[in-house]
Design a protein around this ligand. Structure first.
Ligand code: FEO
Length: 412
């Protein structure tokens, strides 16, 4: 028997889990899977909200059939065209030939680019409504959260926001579907990893979307995103964190990421971390960029104010895993961090000088002077590493709010 779950009496969760794909977008590790969420409203008319990846079509179509039997689906609301959500459109259209596809102008351009021309388009614009009988849908355009065609759909009577990628995260839904049924610590970590790596670059557009939803005065009882848990108990909590993440708001802590071939650059990372700890900084995360996938490092960069990057020289340039990480940071346009730089040269330089170029472009506030050791760090470089840590700690401690330390309230 297939699992379908009632979100309300007449709104169903019909999503599927993907535990077999290794990399989301063939790039981001899915150690704990991912869910492709879809929803169905059964009313005088039947509407489905987004679909699933094409590898999950059979299970998905059977779920719909188990709810509707021979009753057809009247509308498919396409909030987002990325193929993890549009992969079953063709299959639905084949099964329900009278199905009307509902999206905006851009939606159908992208749809035809991916899947070729289809018929029965219903083009909607900002604020348009569509009645299903009792339920009434209202469309809110939210471009670039995450693609140009992205929109959200609000169900007026039960106050449910179908939000697309927004408020969604990695992690398959293993039994629990709602925020009150799952371990939130895990899902909030995976939601931040999703946000920072997939949507983070478009923080300004997320802010615009949040403002639009707030200014519209709509009341939200349930947020139904296309990945991760359904937020029925604390929709305001996930809105709060989305607001924080899209403003690049931070908490106290330092991420140290390095590329090291033979442990000399790593030694400098440990030295900086120890000094930070002696100065009272508790959230310190050291990552070897060759081992930890950049998505986890980026997720922590979104969380903490301090960043220290280190690299040995490799063929006259940055160590390759650091090059990938630094390129992703630059592309993500993350703002307003404190930055320290360290590393080693050997028969050539190139690591630290490349990080210095990165510093010029990213325009974060640099702490201490960039320090480069020749092959292995010695007393002069130890002192400079301490200076980086000291300046970083000074700045972070100055910002610490009175009566509060890094552990006084849960921040995801
Ligand atoms: Fe979940 Fe932008 O796709």
């Amino acid at each position: 028997m297939l699992t379908t779950v009632n979100v309300t009496e007449s709104i169903y969760y019909i999503g599927v889990n993907d535990r077999d794909t290794h990399l989301f977008e063939n790039l981001w590790p899915l150690d704990k899977g991912v869910s492709y969420n879809s929803y169905l409203i059964k009313d005088e008319k039947v509407a489905v909200f987004d679909t699933v990846k094409n590898t999950k079509v059979n299970e998905y179509v059977e779920k719909i059939h188990s709810i509707l039997g021979d009753q057809p689906v009247d509308y498919l609301i396409i909030n987002h065209m990325e193929p993890d959500h549009s992969g079953a459109i063709k299959a639905l259209k084949a099964r329900y030939p009278d199905l009307q596809l509902v999206g905006n102008k851009k939606t159908f351009e992208i749809l035809e680019n991916f899947y070729g021309p289809m018929d029965s388009y219903l083009v909607v614009e900002e604020g348009d409504t569509l009645s299903l009988g009792f339920h009434e849908l209202m469309f809110i355009m939210t471009p670039m959260v995450h693609w140009p065609e992205t929109m959200m759909t609000y169900e007026v009577k039960e106050k449910v926001l179908f939000s697309g990628d927004a408020f969604g995260g990695f992690g398959s839904l293993d039994g629990g579907v709602f925020d009150d049924e799952v371990n939130l610590e895990f899902y909030m970590d995976e939601t931040r990893r999703y946000y920072s790596n997939i949507v983070g670059k478009y923080g300004a557009m997320v802010q615009k979307a949040l403002k639009k939803v707030k200014d519209s005065g709509i009341e939200i009882s349930i947020i139904s995103p296309t990945h991760g848990p359904v937020w029925r108990t604390s929709p305001e909590m996930i809105i709060h964190y989305y607001d924080r993440w899209s403003r690049a708001a931070t908490e106290e802590g330092v991420v140290i990421a390095y590329g090291s071939m033979y442990g000399n650059t790593q030694q400098m990372a440990d030295l900086i971390a120890r000094r930070l700890s002696e100065r009272g900084i508790k959230n310190i995360r050291i990552y070897d960029a060759s081992k930890t996938h950049m998505s986890y490092i980026i997720s922590d960069l979104w969380r903490f104010k301090g960043v220290v990057l280190g690299s040995c020289a490799y063929n006259t340039g940055l160590f390759p895993t650091m090059e990938t990480l630094v390129g992703k940071i630059e592309n993500s346009q993350l703002k307003d961090r404190y930055l320290g730089i360290f590393g080693t040269s050997s028969w050539s330089g190139g690591g630290v000088s490349s990080l210095n170029k990165f510093a010029e472009k990213i325009k974060w506030q640099q702490v201490g002077e960039s320090v480069e050791a020749l092959s292995s760090p010695k007393e002069a470089q130890f002192i400079k590493c301490h200076e980086i840590a000291d300046e970083m700690a000074d700045l972070l401690l100055k910002e610490r709010k009175p009566g509060r330390n890094a552990f006084s309230s849960p921040i995801y």
